[in-house]
Design a protein around this ligand. Structure first.
Ligand code: UDX
Length: 440
């Protein structure tokens, strides 16, 4: 198949490279000339394990190209995926300007049948709006005095990949959801995903859009639920790790997404929960449950700060070393990362902050002000009054904690991800505090 991907951001690049890898001819489009220039030179602008190597392979096989022109992409493809940003507006609605503009441009450049597929997370009913925009902007063509009607379809095919394991998730999905309104669109999309040999669920467009809203919001609900449970664990002397294990053994519940911590971040969950709440409001439904999910997430880091204040005492002039800045491991992404809120609060209270992240240092340098960025975990905690672990990078388990203990001013660890071995650290002489471990 000849496929265009409009938007070479996170979702677009992973989708484009992976579709090319499974045998399709793909052209990725972006309106940022620097990005296209870098991609043409073989440089991947995001960090995602395995993606750059796969991109090189596909380019060598001549199945993957990059361009700044939607016109060129339209001419070369019959299927066009929209993987554009849908940032939140101040009222929580998703801003769909990029989607509308791209739909118009596709229409203006259409010369034969096209299947236009929503890939980025969009509010339910966006499919209808894309259809209308394309219809309104189709060029009028005539043959022998008769108007030629250009045929097209709109479909929804939400993306469920997680940052850090995106290639793996794309190649081995739990399911592929196809929201379609014609047999032709279904047939084309089935053909595209045939090499993946996975469960395919076909629905109408609205249901497909709702599956994405509901799935992400449900996962966010699981996280806020376990974070609320962790709050009570601390108060009654229970260990949330054991509680999650015990709950997770029930197949109906499952262990995944029951890791208590400093709250969810990233480019999806906070935005998607907001947009689902707004969708309810616009349609006369108050989604109170999700509002509470959001509230729990927004306050989770505050109780972490209170704990630090209680145990480290006055934060003014204290040195706090931070391990992990990305919103989760295996990514350099710091969008809506819990680390940002925690660092801002520490600085507000007058603490000196030093930080290290295995991959996010470049992003950190452009986002964080007044933070000493260190080259490794050890220099980060020299003379520190406390160590905060904010992202569960596996390499933090491999650190020599004797060396850490001896270079800190006070051997106190706050593990915001419950990643480290509390008993072992306490035996070494650390004071250890996790989330919901019942050890306060
Ligand atoms: C999420 C969805 O998982 C994915 O299906 C969708 O396509 C995009 O949004 P992503 O944001 O990449 O993916 O990361 P994910 O692994 O889901 O983690 C999101 C946040 O939740 C991270 O901040 C993570 O630390 C946090 N989290 C996750 C927890 O706090 N506890 C958990 O048990 C799981």
């Amino acid at each position: 198949m000849n496929i265009a991907i409009i938007g070479s951001g996170y979702v677009g690049l992973v989708t484009g490279v992976c579709l090319s890898h499974i045998g399709h001819h793909v052209i990725c489009v972006d309106n940022n000339p620097q990005k296209i220039k870098a991609l043409k030179k073989g440089r991947m602008p995001i960090y995602e394990p395995g993606l750059e190597e796969l991109m090189h392979e596909c380019v060598i096989k001549r199945r993957l190209k990059f361009t700044g022109s939607i016109k060129e992409a339209c001419q070369k493809s019959s299927v066009i995926f929209l993987a554009l940003p849908t940032p939140p507006k101040p009222n929580g609605d998703a801003d769909l300007t990029y989607i509308e503009n791209a739909s118009r441009e596709i229409a203006l450049n259409m010369d034969s049948y096209k299947l236009i597929v929503e890939k980025s997370t969009v509010p339910a009913e966006t499919g209808k709006k894309i259809r209308r925009t394309v219809q309104l902007n189709l060029p009028k063509r005539f043959k022998d005095g008769n108007k030629i009607l250009l045929d097209f379809d709109v479909a929804s095919n939400p993306e469920f990949l997680k940052e850090g394991s995106a290639v793996q998730d794309f190649m081995n999905p739990d399911r592929v959801v196809l929201g379609v309104e014609s047999k032709k669109a279904e047939k084309i999309l089935r053909e595209i995903y045939k090499p993946l040999k996975t469960k395919i669920l076909v629905t109408n467009i609205a249901s497909s859009e709702m599956i994405k809203h509901a799935s992400n919001s449900f996962l966010a609900t699981k996280i806020s639920f376990v974070n609320a449970v962790a709050q009570i664990c601390d108060r009654v002397g229970a260990d949330v790790l054991k509680v999650a294990e015990g709950m997770g053994l029930d197949k109906r519940i499952g262990r995944q997404f029951l890791d208590a911590g400093i709250g969810y971040g990233g480019s999806c969950f906070p935005k998607d929960v907001d947009s689902f709440v707004r969708l309810g409001e616009k349609n006369g439904y108050d989604f109170g449950l999700l509002k509470e999910v959001r509230r729990i997430n927004e306050t989770q880091h505050q109780s972490f700060i209170h704990l630090i204040e209680e145990k480290v005492w006055n934060l003014k002039e204290k040195t706090i070393g931070i391990w992990g800045l990305a919103f989760k491991p295996n990514t350099d992404d710091m969008r809506s990362a819990a680390s940002l809120k925690i660092i801002a609060q520490l600085q507000h209270e007058g603490a000196k902050v030093k930080a290290y992240d295995p991959k996010a240092m470049r992003n950190a340098a452009s986002i964080l002000k007044g933070v000493v960025l260190c080259k490794d975990p050890y220099s980060t905690i020299e003379d520190a009054d406390a160590l905060l672990l904010l992202t569960e990078w596996p390499e933090f388990k491999e650190v020599n904690f004797i060396q850490v203990r001896d270079s800190m001013r006070q051997a106190v660890i706050f593990d915001g991800r419950n990643m480290l071995d509390a008993d072992k650290l306490e035996d070494m002489g650390f004071e250890y505090f996790g989330i919901g471990r019942g050890r306060l």
